[in-house]
Design a protein around this ligand. Structure first.
Ligand code: NDP
Length: 257
């Protein structure tokens, strides 16, 4: 369970949902826990740094740009040297980017940046951290799958639901075409990963955090980050092999594709 997972990595940990995830995970009492809080510019991540000062044994700040393969490789090396013989129990691919443009406005660079961050990022993170996840799965005595054994949680969105487009297009501050397409792609990636790694005991689940008042969600969101994150952590605690390849919201309700 996320509540019991020992070694956890969170991307985009300097603000918004990522920072709140690190906070709640660090505050949960779990002996020996290590949280790899990854962000692009640690020197500018004051809130994360202050949090890390309160939990110096737990939080390790790691420089990581998920859109840059060299940065992913470097972060994997650093995390590996801290993990030593231990595996990584939980990878949370949270970092995300949203351009709010529609079809007429969207330019190729926005599509490329969004795909790079929201699809290539989680994909290459999973690929490069796979040896550590495999190590965690292999060394666990636990049967089945869970977030305390070996899991990848990909943060998706209701806006990536193809079936819901007639209801949601134009609802979220604006249309966010590149964002929607990228998250629908992330959903496919996650389901394929769940299938490919099921024999290895690694859980892959998509979570929608709700419409949250962060920089991305804006001030009109429905909930605050602490409520979204406590909900997602509760859901993570309940995940088993039955949920590998599932798409759930922060209350554990399944979402359509
Ligand atoms: P924020 O915009 O508040 O934060 C985004 C985070 O992602 C920042 O830490 C940002 O870092 C990081 N990030 C962006 N690009 C990169 C990159 N290339 N490498 C590393 N980090 C990067 O968003 P939220 O906290 O609201 O969103 C978190 C996740 O939740 C996203 O995946 C989003 O799609 C999803 N989500 C959010 C919803 C909401 O209502 N807020 C609704 C549904 C889903 P930096 O400061 O360096 O830019």
């Amino acid at each position: 369970m996320a509540g019991k997972a020992c070694n956890i990595l969170v991307t985009g940990a300097n603000r918004g949902l990522g920072l709140e995830l690190v906070k709640q995970l660090a505050e949960a009492s779990c002996p020996g826990r290590r949280i790899f809080a990854c962000c692009r510019e640690p020197s500018k991540a004051q809130n994360l740094e202050e949090l890390a000062k309160k939990h110096p044994e737990v939080i390790h700040i790691i420089r990581l740009d998920v859109g840059d393969l060299a940065s992913i490789l470097e972060s994997a090396k650093q995390v590996g040297s801290i993990l030593g013989e231990d595996g990584l129990n939980l990878l949370v691919n949270n970092a995300g980017l949203a351009y709010r443009s529609n079809m007429k406005e969207t330019v190729p660079k926005e599509m490329q940046d969004t795909f790079n961050t929201n699809i290539m990022g989680p994909m290459m993170m999973t690929k490069e951290f796979l040896p550590y996840l495999q190590k965690a799965a292999q060394s666990s005595a636990e049967a089945g799958m869970s977030c305390s054994k070996a899991a990848v949680i990909n943060i998706s969105t209701l806006l990536g639901c193809i079936e819901k487009v007639p209801q949601t297009y134009g609802f979220f501050p604006v249309l966010a075409l590149p964002y929607r397409i990228s998250k629908a792609g992330l959903n496919m990636l996650t389901v394929c990963n769940a299938e490919e790694f099921k024999e290895e005991g690694i859980l892959f689940t998509l979570l929608h955090p709700g419409w949250v008042r962060t920089d991305m969600g804006g001030p009109d969101g429905e909930i605050d980050a602490p409520d979204s994150v406590s909900g997602m952590l509760r859901v993570m605690d309940t995940l088993t092999e039955k949920h590998s390849g599932a798409f759930l919201d922060y209350n554990g309700q399944p979402l359509p594709w």
